[in-house]
Design a protein. Sequence first.
Lengths: 259, 259
Amino acid sequence: MNDSAATGPEKTVTACLVIIGNEILSGRTRDANLPFLAIELNKIGVRLMECRVIPDVEDVIVDTINAVRRRFDYVFTTGGIGPTHDDITADAIAKAFGVGISENAEAVDRLTRYYADPALFTAPRRRMARIPHGASLVDNPVSVAPGFRMENVFTFAGVPMIVEGMFHAMKHVLVGGRPLISRTIRCSQPEGFIAEKLGAVQDHHPDTEIGSYPAFRQGKPSVSLIVRGTDPAKVQAAIDDLLAALTTLDAEPEEIPVT
Amino acid sequence: MNDSAATGPEKTVTACLVIIGNEILSGRTRDANLPFLAIELNKIGVRLMECRVIPDVEDVIVDTINAVRRRFDYVFTTGGIGPTHDDITADAIAKAFGVGISENAEAVDRLTRYYADPALFTAPRRRMARIPHGASLVDNPVSVAPGFRMENVFTFAGVPMIVEGMFHAMKHVLVGGRPLISRTIRCSQPEGFIAEKLGAVQDHHPDTEIGSYPAFRQGKPSVSLIVRGTDPAKVQAAIDDLLAALTTLDAEPEEIPVT
């Protein structure tokens, strides 16, 4: 990082996650991909700005992809690229981009080698080699059946272990900005007591964003204050003012180390 | 339930959840409100059809609310109605509906009684009595500061304990259809082996929806098959066919009891 990078205008590189899955919307399965991708994307300077959870319905997938791919720098989808009848994501992405879909020779080759015995390479498994025309493959180091990239849209599987593998296999192609630094102060006074001074600290530090998150800890109200910004010095200055303000309020502020 | 209800055309009553919170998008906090609301809504026949996670940015909240409130029967928002500077949801909802916002007398009264000592009823806490004009209050049995209802949009706090309290306090006003029944079969063969027969069972049972969810259990692939439908007899018929098909595939199917 040099001085001009530290002080010049910054473009925020944005991402949207589209979680495709009735099992998430029914409450049966709790999504784990959003926190993983949010944290990993931020490490390379890409900010997750929105997430949509949608059902396995083709029209909804098509409309959602077309709405978000123009608004965000990167779009990631999870879910719906397996071998069963409810795996409709690849077809929906092809439809969203107005392109055809058919077996991709490289994908067939990878799956043929992986399943080795032709009896194991069933027709449904072969279906996982169908890739929208013009897409490039995203490697799957866990179970081989690839994801794919179509312009700025990356289509991953839904199983978290596979999402993690696919992300680490493709992340080098993402061009990010500066990562958001995030530091946390916890205090023992409730929001209603600290809100005015907190607002004043926020007003004095417009280049950082201070979030206030109440919770109950051992039955007592507690507040976590998160200071976010891309410039370490500005974040530090906001942290210093925040600690001073909270100390005058007997709020026992302490910084929580990043885990 | 009578015969005409069981056989007549069914309107699906739909809901959308809008999670307002940078802390979810950053990956810091894992949302717990989606699974809770999905399951509770379904009990009263309301289907969660979409969820959007958006940042604490007024324009984004306004645009999102106006996009979804016309498309779904009910909209629920979580987050951003506390006493701090980053709590902007109430103002954003008022803006989305094109109405003013000011202190609600009933809300002030509840908070005045709750905080009793005027020194505790700070200006930021009083801010939580600001309610969009025309909205009705949603009771908060946990910490009193109310949520509110504006037409088909219900605005809740973000803390899960408060969301649960608010939901149970207001759910009697929701008019649902028939709950979706959901039954789960787990089997020991991977998707690629069962996909064809599974697709055939789905084709024979168009009034049920069969989802296939792969996972790793003790390092081995395993599949959960979820059969969903509103008619118990049709769900049972699909379950019976599914068990028979999986048994012929040596997939050791077993029904997983609802927990």
